[in-house]
Design a protein around this ligand. Structure first.
Ligand SMILES: *Cc1c(COP(=O)(O)O)cnc(C)c1O
Length: 232
């Protein structure tokens, strides 16, 4: 098993994972209280099963992927070996992939339009197994990015709850690359609060400490755990 990173830093995945967890254990929120339970999702996209195994062996169980087909090629086998894995979908979801997604994923972070919410609700009813859902918010109002625009979130969350009966547990955002993520985390938190939502899926390798300090409940961390991604 090749456990060392391809960038020659010499750190193994297990070491990087332990470092991230140690960093998180040390931080406090703006009131000086220790940060409570935050779910660290190891984003394993592009990583082969051999690269994921060390994290599993270290006891980690929350993982995230952004493509259905890639997830199908890796996780059914790993889930057999480790039945308590919790798998998070963090990439855009097409309605024609909803059935496949719900077979594999426990949490969907990218619910962002009525058609998708309806498809998830329909499939959940059929299989009697509803995934936990985050509504993705396009806080930077970027054209190419998925997510509901900030001004549309309240109505969409209400529809998800009342029309579709989806278990919405929070909001998710991916801040624009060249902007201060703190502004986007603050906006997400504000919108969540006024909708009575506790979950905040925010923070990646470059800003997960900031996100945790600002109240994230779910961090999505890839390269800081697995090292640089190989091209697909
Ligand atoms: C890839 C990805 C991440 C992790 O990115 P890193 O910078 O490697 O931590 C987090 N969230 C989403 C939606 C992603 O696609």
């Amino acid at each position: 098993m090749n456990e060392t990173s391809p960038n020659g830093s010499g750190q193994t995945t297990a070491e990087r994972l332990a470092n991230v967890k140690a960093d998180l254990a040390g931080i406090r929120d703006t009131q000086g209280n220790r940060i409570g339970d935050v779910t660290l999702i190891a984003i394993s996209k592009t990583q082969p099963p051999e690269a994921i195994e060390p994290a599993l062996a270290a006891g980690h169980r929350d993982f995230g992927e952004n493509r259905i087909q890639e997830a199908q090629s890796k996780w059914p086998v790993l889930k057999q070996e480790y039945p308590d894995i919790c798998l998070h979908l963090v990439g855009q979801l097409q309605t024609n992939k909803v059935r496949d997604a719900l077979r594999l994923f426990d949490v969907i972070h990218t619910v962002d339009r009525p058609k998708l919410a309806a498809a998830i609700a329909r499939e959940a009813e059929k299989t009697d197994r509803a995934p936990e859902c985050f509504v993705q918010v396009n806080t930077g109002e970027e054209e190419q990015k998925g997510g509901v625009l900030p001004q549309g979130v309240d109505a969409f969350v209400t529809a998800c709850r009342d029309e579709y009966g989806l278990p919405v547990i929070g909001l998710m955002c991916i801040p624009p690359l060249n902007e201060d993520p703190a502004l986007h985390f603050a906006l997400l938190k504000k919108i969540a609060a006024r909708n009575g939502l506790d979950g905040l899926s925010m923070g990646m390798s470059s800003d997960f400490m900031l996100a945790a300090e600002m109240g994230a409940t779910h961090l999505r961390v890839g390269t800081a755990i697995f090292g640089p991604r190989m091209p697909r």
